[in-house]
Design a protein around this ligand. Structure first.
Ligand SMILES: [Fe+2]
Ligand SMILES: [Fe+2]
Length: 173
């Protein structure tokens, strides 16, 4: 039981941190992008991310889970990532979305598997499944819009690795 509580705390802490980061990144991209249709798309995604964040916000409160202490750093890092990708241009904004969302889809799927196996918190599992589905759509729409991916390979790889590291840190800290 105690083991479960610790794991659930980790799940809620890292997901809250991730959805907080998503808000920061998308809002930074909306602020710094010059292309209006891109801004519109980012705003649409961001409004879905907001629902995710609100859910985990409410969850860490009702579960008495400590939020990550890294929030200030994620704010600075997320704003910088949004700024840099916007500055590099639209294809980098899409590359950023693709890299982050695909990492998050894997991350959420792992949690769904865990919760199912332990047969705990089916309410949480269902919500994560729903969010995961939406993250996957964010990934697919950015992939579709990014036909010319030339040059973005390294950027995507770096962004993926940063996301993975942030996930690892936010679980514990
Ligand atoms: Fe999300
Ligand atoms: Fe997303």
């Amino acid at each position: 039981m105690k083991e479960n509580k610790k794991k659930i705390d980790e799940i809620l802490r890292v997901n809250h941190a991730g959805e907080y980061g998503a808000q920061i990144i998308y809002n930074s991209q909306i602020r710094f992008s010059k292309n209006n249709s891109l801004k519109k798309e980012l705003k649409r995604i961001s409004s879905e991310e907001k629902v995710h964040l609100e859910y985990f916000q409410q969850q860490i409160l009702s579960n008495r889970t400590r939020p990550t202490i890294m929030q200030p750093l994620w704010k600075v890092g997320g704003t910088a990532l949004g700024f840099v990708s916007s500055l590099l241009g639209e294809k980098y904004v899409h590359a950023c979305t693709e890299a982050i969302e695909s990492t998050i889809v894997d991350h959420y799927q792992e949690q769904v598997k865990y919760l199912k196996k332990r047969n705990v918190r089916s309410d949480l599992r269902k919500n994560i499944m729903k969010f995961c589905d939406e993250e996957n759509k964010h990934k697919l729409s950015s992939q579709k819009k990014n036909k010319n991916q030339k040059g973005t390979f390294l950027f995507k790889k770096i962004t993926k690795n940063i996301t993975k590291l942030a996930i690892k840190i936010s679980k514990k800290l």
